[in-house]
Design a protein around this ligand. Sequence first.
Ligand code: APR
Length: 232
Amino acid sequence: MILARDFNNIVVLSGAGLSAESGLRTFRDADGLWEGHRVEDVCTPEAYARDAQTVLRFYNARRTQLKDVKANAAHRALADFQRRHPKKISLVTQNVDDLLERAGASEVIHMHGELLKGLCTACNKRFAWSEAMELSSSCPECGKRGCVRPDIVWFGEVPYHMADIEKRLHNCDLFVAIGTSGQVYPAAGFVSAAAAAGAETVELNLENSQSPWFSEKVSGRACELVPHMFRL
Ligand code: APR
């Protein structure tokens, strides 16, 4: 397996598989549900417009669940590598948990938002949010009631930091996708952008994808593969 330390400009894209061994379920489990819900009932702006209460309750449960889980060896390996080589690595994640940060990582690029943040639909500001979110919650920035929603990028919404991520992909010499099924764009297209830029492209996943863009595919658990590839 390629060793990350032999490269100068690494972009890591992580997905739900990175946090699976911490006890957070992935999105596309065999039953096709996420924590017992259909994605379209809780992860779309339409669902929120139709039944905000259910959507808030769902994300309140996800936020509470975060308190019961811990960062795992794969999160720690990435955070340790970043501490040792801060200029060499960009950590882009589709995950909305804070486990990379809890392992000690900084400047994590959360392209799908964060469970521990809220977004005000009135003033458009984003802010830290660690407690339950209610229909009547007030925005800490503008003070308006009833307009705070989870700061999660739902299906049909534009992911965050795309211009920044594209620049990093264009300049990378190694791209590593960890624990992501590659079914959701634009993240699923990052590997082809990195390959076009001439980077090595590696997939670390329990079940490897069909993508033709990876130069190396390794199947296994993140907690086993990531500490190996990112050893100092
Ligand atoms: N180690 C490595 N990979 C794993 C592990 C593990 N321990 N456990 C599961 N996986 C793999 C699965 O085989 C699967 O390919 O992780 C992948 C998780 O895929 P998804 O559940 O589709 O999650 P992800 O790719 O992150 O989803 C992308 O979809 O629902 C949206 O916005 C949501 O960010 C999410 C996006």
